[in-house]
Design a protein around this ligand. Structure first.
Ligand SMILES: [Fe+2]
Length: 397
């Protein structure tokens, strides 16, 4: 089974550059792909394991949808009675099976926190798109509508893993809506696109597009990936966060002053905002938000707790900062601003860091062989402690 681990593989045959230039944020696109393309993302067996390992429903972002409605958790859970002081809501497999036979669908949010192949794809998408990615799994069996016709306040990539599903898309009457606009919008009558997603197909839709998906009376599994790139509103809010530095902005609005003094006050506020806006460039703003983006991280036990231990050659190293960042070099050191911190290293480390940033996943043996002159093993100890690098026996974490 081929592992899908890059954003460009998700989009094929469309190129990543073509997608970024002419599709992202502009229009939906259905991209048919080879049937096994997403098979490694999530299987029925993996879904069974996730649900059984997290039977405490309170710990899962799980919803059961039936006939365009969300089923109350009481219909598929029971309270654990084992310890009265620690009662928790547990999945009731018999009740759940009954609902699924009636046509209900499983909607499992935040799958990137539950299943390594999905986490890995989310990370590689974030590297390409410069925005965090959240994944949700949808499983349905019968030709019954799960969620109601709705739009999302994020752009969504739908990866059809198994079975088929019938999709209907309608244009947004109100372009680029935000979550705050949810209550005031209604779907239009006319259908923009409808069709079946086959295993391996990808469907992209920008935020705001109305959609509805119904399984074709067969087991159907898809994973959707949601992104929310920063908007102009985010940029303005980011700039305005620096306004309290202005003394005028900190003073009380002059309620009891003359109209002339009030106008002067407002003019001063306007100038403070304009001055701040003049100081920012889009490039700088984007660099800052990339440099503070956090990673969920990965534990590298037992090595993280044992400095100085040599890592096995066949183990995998994973570059953890979620987005590309410039490596600023001087005569004596290299500086890296990532994950909200500034990291400084002796400049002899620059080739190793640049290599890790460029490949993002490499075996210990390969990295050491490529930098044979340096003490890579010792340097890795520091990188692991700082969560810049994670180490694992598995290729996918
Ligand atoms: Fe949706």
């Amino acid at each position: 089974m081929t592992t899908i681990d890059s954003f460009s593989e998700m989009l094929k045959p469309l190129s990543e550059s073509e997608f970024l230039a002419s599709v992202l944020g502009r229009r939906p696109m259905h991209i048919p792909g080879p049937s096994g393309r997403f098979a490694s993302l999530l299987s029925w067996g993996a879904l069974n394991e996730i649900l059984l390992c997290h039977r405490q429903v309170d710990h899962l972002s799980l919803r059961i949808a039936l006939n365009a409605d969300i089923v109350p958790p009481a219909a598929y859970t029971h309270r654990s009675e084992e310890r009265l002081e620690e009662q928790c809501l547990q999945l009731d497999v018999v009740k759940l099976n009954h609902l699924l036979r009636e046509g209900a669908s499983i909607v499992l949010n935040k799958v990137q926190e539950l299943h390594p192949p999905v986490s890995a794809l989310c990370r590689t998408m974030e590297w390409s798109l410069h925005t965090s990615v959240e994944a949700c799994a949808f499983a349905g069996w019968h030709g019954v509508q799960g969620l109601p016709v709705h739009w999302d306040s994020e752009d969504v990539f739908v990866a059809q893993v198994e079975g088929t599903k019938h999709w209907t898309l309608r244009e947004p009457a109100f372009k680029h809506p935000l979550a705050m606009h949810r209550d005031r919008l209604q779907p239009p009558e006319s259908v923009y696109w409808e069709g079946d997603l086959q295993p391996g197909d990808l469907l992209y839709m920008p935020r705001g597009w109305w959609h509805c998906a119904v399984p074709n009376d067969q087991p159907s599994l898809h994973v959707s990936f949601a992104i929310r790139p920063p908007t102009g509103l985010d940029l303005i809010m980011g700039v305005l966060r620096r306004l309290p530095e202005s003394e005028l902005v900190r003073t009380a609005v002059p309620r009891f002053a003359s109209e002339e003094a009030q106008a002067q006050y407002l003019s001063g506020i306007r100038n403070s905002i304009a001055t701040l806006m003049d100081q920012v460039t889009v490039k700088d703003y984007l660099r800052v938000i990339d440099s503070v983006a956090k990673t969920r991280g990965a534990l590298s036990l037992p090595w993280a707790a044992m400095p100085g231990q040599s890592l096995p050659d066949h183990f995998w190293l994973h570059w953890m900062p979620p987005r590309p960042a410039p490596l600023v070099e001087s005569d004596r050191e290299v500086i890296l601003d990532v994950m909200g911190s500034q990291f400084r290293f002796a400049n002899i480390a620059a080739p190793v860091i640049r290599d890790l940033m460029s490949c993002r996943r490499v075996t210990v043996g390969d990295l050491c062989a490529r930098h044979a002159h340096a003490d890579v093993q010792e340097f890795l100890t520091d990188l692991i402690a700082a969560n810049l690098v994670a180490v694992s026996a598995n290729r996918v974490i």
